[in-house]
Design a protein around this ligand. Structure first.
Ligand SMILES: Cc1cc2nc3c(=O)[nH]c(=O)nc-3n(C[C@H](O)[C@H](O)[C@H](O)COP(=O)(O)O)c2cc1C
Length: 360
């Protein structure tokens, strides 16, 4: 039994290990006739690519994507689209200790406990290198939902939050943290740099919204849009929490405080859709999109591979200490931003097709 495939009508399977020759994704169920080329996928991979600032890992992976199948004369054919990204900057010797002992907080012990045998080089299949494949698949998903705009950004690093009053969407692409608040981005330089210099790491919260999702996407009861989004986000490496809309804060509100009041459409509103006066629900009710922006928050834990020695055991059960050699992100949530956007796109593309399949 294996589970490397996500989605129903628009589905993708990822393959490959961190230090193998290549990684990739096979996207199946993509409608035919969509204009596509590698240049439409590459910018999303470039946003996730390591080595772009001193606040992310110094590995240098060009992450050039190649389309191997499913596209003819620049358009999707409706057959499986195979995407491949070569691995070019592996240093497997950095991982010789990982072969013998388990990195606390990483997946080494759990993989051994399950499979009894693992590709330890760079974390093998458990490495977040795999998320490049998701980002490539997500770029294809975006072609299926051109009516939707997806944006993610970092709202908190090391416990330091943005000021919502300073939110400026145009700032997100202007700093190395995908941060919409320039003052917070300035503070985070020190927080992330201190963590790196101290051989430590910090966590982050990534927020994501999708605008333009019409009312009606989502498949109750066991394919609810919020449930699928939560599974998609929780499945990203290092993610330990997901909230839809107000999430846990909703539990601290009253019924009237949490309501999203509606009034009849204003003249310019689309096709009689009501005007909502709030969006505590994150654009989803009963597992179905309401036409409001779909919003979620995703909590990334601090990177587990750190330079500070930690107590652990060897594969044969002996006590030892371990610190991680190699090049790691001091805050994995930063490079998690394009991955969160990709998972949002993949879920929405699947639900658009599922909605069309059932309701026409
Ligand atoms: C973009 C990204 C980059 C990551 N880079 C690293 C890294 O350099 N070192 C590390 O220990 N973990 C890194 N991680 C997290 C690990 O892949 C993850 O913690 C590990 O697979 C165990 O899974 P879990 O944390 O989801 O339980 C990264 C995660 C993401 C999303």
């Amino acid at each position: 039994m294996s589970f490397n495939t996500f989605g129903h009508l628009f589905r993708f399977t990822t393959w490959g290990e961190s230090h193998g020759p290549a990684i990739g994704a096979v996207v199946d169920g993509c409608p035919p006739g969509l204009a596509i080329d590698e240049g439409m996928i590459q910018p999303f991979l470039d946003a996730r690519r390591p080595g772009q600032s001193k606040f992310t890992t110094q590995r240098q992976e060009p992450d050039q994507v190649r389309i191997l199948s499913g596209v003819f004369e620049g358009r999707t054919t409706g057959t499986p689209i195979s995407l491949m990204i070569e691995n070019v900057d592996q240093r497997s010797k950095d991982y010789s200790d990982v072969a013998l002992a388990y990195r606390p907080g990483h997946a080494d012990y759990a993989y051994d406990a399950k499979y009894g045998f693992r590709d330890y080089r760079g974390g093998g299949r458990s490495s977040a290198r795999e998320t490049a494949s998701r980002v490539a698949a997500g770029a294809v998903a975006r072609l299926v939902i051109p009516e939707v705009t997806i944006r993610a950004y970092v709202s908190e690093i090391g416990g330091d939050m943005i000021d919502p009053g300073n939110f400026d969407e145009a700032e997100i692409g202007e700093n190395p943290f995908f941060c919409p608040d320039p003052a917070a981005a300035k503070r985070w330089e020190k927080i992330v740099d201190d963590a790196r210099l101290n051989g430590s790491s910090v966590g982050a919260v990534v927020e994501c919204y999708a605008r333009g999702v019409p009312a009606g996407w989502g498949a109750p009861l066991y394919g609810k849009l919020d449930a699928d989004l939560a599974a998609a986000m929780m499945g990203i490496n290092a993610v330990k929490g997901v909230e839809i809309g107000d999430g846990f804060a909703a539990a601290r509100l009253t019924g009237e405080g949490n309501a999203d009041p509606m009034r009849p459409p204003v003249e310019t509103g689309p096709d009689g859709a009501p005007e909502f006066l709030a969006n505590h629900a994150g654009g989803i009710a009963g597992g179905i999109s309401t036409g409001q922006p779909v919003t979620c928050r995703v909590a990334f834990k601090p990177t587990s591979s750190i330079l500070t020695p930690q107590q652990t055991i060897t594969r044969d059960g002996q006590a030892t200490e371990m610190f991680t050699k190699g090049r790691h992100d001091p805050c994995v949530g930063i490079r998690g931003v394009p991955v969160v956007e990709a998972m949002m796109a993949l879920v929405l593309a699947d639900h658009k097709l599922r909605h069309r399949g059932q309701c026409g």
